[in-house]
Unconditional design. Structure first.
Length: 240
């Protein structure tokens, strides 16, 4: 994966709330792969070995603080977008899955946000906990949530725990991505959020971890908590 910076501009939404964009927004190139990934929470496919993980995470609001080891991989092809996290955590706070998706809120979890671009009124939020509980919802600025939303056709996900922490692997289909306004094709850009909540106990005080830190109190439901993702061509991905 390639990490660099692109210029972005401020945007004001019809609600009258000016949601600040960073002057320089991070850019993450997502490699294209031909290999099929089995979403089982076991990252044994060759792409996880041949592509280094993204590790440039910081503690939200305090970039000088040490970050619990957090690694992420993203891959794409014309049929799917894959995201996986490996989180070091010897005391994960979790509960078994239930019909109440809001029960994810007090748990350790990783989060993937997908927003087509600044012209789109909604963005998608995928949250997954170590024990397999998930919360998927659609959101509008500012903090207007639709908990009844799920990606078109559903989405694949699997979590695994071990003594050192937990792994979450997930995949969005082409249909789901297109419903979010994102075409899976080389050169396509969209806004991306990668986050982690690190709890010591259920419903405790979490450490919020992000790849884009706007420098204020932790709040990921603002425009400047998103970076930019670029779907790389096969040639660029193979050259790494």
């Amino acid at each position: 994966m390639r990490y660099c910076a692109v210029f972005a501009v401020a945007v004001t939404f019809a609600t009258g709330c000016a949601l600040r964009q960073p002057e320089i927004a991070p850019l993450l190139e997502i490699p294209r792969i031909e290999e099929e990934i089995r979403v089982d929470g076991i990252l044994d496919e060759s792409c996880y070995r041949s592509h280094p993980p993204f590790k440039n995470f910081v503690v939200a609001g305090d970039s000088t603080r040490e970050v619990p080891s957090t690694r992420a991989w993203l891959f794409w092809n014309e049929e799917t977008l894959v995201c996986a996290f490996v989180c070091e955590d010897t005391s994960p706070a979790w509960m078994p899955p239930s019909l109440n998706e809001r029960e994810v809120d007090p748990q350790d979890r990783v989060e993937l946000f997908i927003w087509r671009d600044e012209a789109a009124p909604v963005y998608a939020c995928i949250e997954a906990a170590p024990g397999g509980a998930v919360h998927d919802y659609e959101a509008r600025f500012y903090r207007k949530f639709d908990d009844g939303w799920s990606p078109v056709g559903g989405w694949a996900h699997q979590a695994k725990m071990d003594p050192s922490g937990y792994t979450v692997e997930m995949a969005m289909s082409r249909a789901a991505m297109e419903a979010m306004g994102v075409t899976l094709a080389p050169g396509i850009r969209f806004r991306l959020g990668l986050f982690r909540a690190d709890y010591d106990v259920l419903d405790g005080t979490p450490v919020w971890i992000t790849w884009v830190d706007h420098g204020r109190e932790p709040d990921f439901h603002v425009a400047d908590s998103f970076g930019t993702a670029l779907l790389a061509s096969w040639e660029r991905s193979a050259a790494r």
